[in-house]
Design a protein around this ligand. Structure first.
Ligand code: SF4
Length: 336
């Protein structure tokens, strides 16, 4: 008996151009879409990405589920089975993680299939056809993933066999170019999407350096340690001592919100300046070096001793020491 029930899909939706095209195509095919947005390690163009997610889903009346980074993802990041890409981006394992997550949402929401904005051959590491199939198999979603942008080039999926989506309504995009996508965006009436600049922080070399340093010197690092890598300037003073110095007011605030009650903060007394985080052995030498660093980034005079306070939010520790600002030529020494 014919039914009026619309097919339902869970779309991995980043807000980028490709997944926005996937979103619009699915909606135009009459699919009821739930947008699953993984808010992991977005970079610079953050605002445009968030704006794209908010605007496009609102315009189409699509519900969004936002997923933050958690301890399960941390395990993926620490030990990816398929290794890292050009920096510390575990793309294959990350896609497996996302698809597994999408499958859980699919089952919970009674959806029929999963969809992504992936384009065959766009990223050498994770988007070759064979690799896409391996990823689906590992995630336990074989045959359940519709990729509208390259659907015509891929093996037939279960939703196609069931008649829930039509192959003719999908596209045959492949490779790294963006021109075809921009043309499609125009045809589909997509008005808001971010520029390709920005993206995933895990692909950036600066973040990669910090993450590798963390892995090397801190055996049992946790989620907070990784999240702190996004903020400030990081200095490795020696094997046991590292400091982070915030770059502006908004970083000061973000870091203050993120650190635990026991973490040690430090800042110049009586002078405007940044907040720092001290991760170390509390030796007199390391604290003095840390103090010199933070004075260098404050408004304190450079030629007189300045007091620097080390404390924690719990108020179980407070220590004030005096130090001088570092000479300019040493200021960036030890920067990770
Ligand atoms: S670029 Fe970042 S978010 Fe995208 S798959 Fe790779 S690690 Fe995951």
């Amino acid at each position: 008996m014919p039914t009026d029930k619309k097919p339902k899909a869970v779309l991995l939706y980043s807000g980028g151009l490709d997944s926005t095209i996937a979103l619009y195509s699915l909606v135009s095919m009459g699919v009821d879409v739930i947008a699953l947005n993984f808010d992991f390690f977005c970079t610079g163009s953050n605002n445009r990405v968030y704006q794209s997610v908010a605007d496009n889903t609102r315009r189409l009346g699509v519900n969004v589920i936002t997923v933050g980074v958690d301890n399960e993802y941390l395990e993926v990041l620490k030990n990816p089975r398929y290794g890292y890409g050009r920096s510390v981006n575990p793309c294959v394992d990350c896609r497996i993680y996302m698809l597994k997550y999408a499958k859980k949402v699919m089952d919970l929401e009674g959806a029929d299939f999963i969809a992504t904005g992936e384009v065959v051959g766009q990223r050498p590491f994770s988007q070759k056809v064979q690799r896409l199939m391996v990823i689906d198999k590992e995630a336990g979603v074989e045959g359940l993933v519709v990729r509208p942008l390259s659907g015509k080039l891929l093996p037939e999926t279960i939703p196609e066999k069931k008649g829930l989506v039509k192959r003719e309504a999908m596209f045959d995009l492949q490779g790294r170019g963006r021109r075809a996508q921009m043309k499609l965006a125009e045809q589909l009436g997509i008005k808001v999407y971010p520029t390709p600049a920005g993206g995933c922080l895990l692909t950036e070399s600066a973040f990669g350096r910090r993450f590798r340093d963390l892995k090397k010197y801190c055996r049992n690092f946790d989620l907070k340690d990784v999240l702190l890598l996004r903020f400030g300037r990081h200095f490795r003073l020696d094997d046991k001592n590292k400091i982070i110095i915030c770059r502006n007011e908004s970083e000061n605030k973000a870091v203050m919100d993120l650190v635990s009650d026991e973490d040690t903060l430090f800042t110049a007394v009586d002078h405007k300046g940044p907040v720092g985080i001290y991760i170390g052995d509390f030796s007199a030498d390391s604290m003095k070096t840390a103090a010199s660093h933070i004075i260098s980034y404050s408004k304190a005079p450079r030629d007189t001793p300045v007091k620097v306070k080390f404390w924690n939010k719990k108020s179980t520790f407070c220590s004030v020491i005096e130090a001088y600002a570092l000479p300019k030529n040493l200021q960036h020494k030890n920067l990770i």
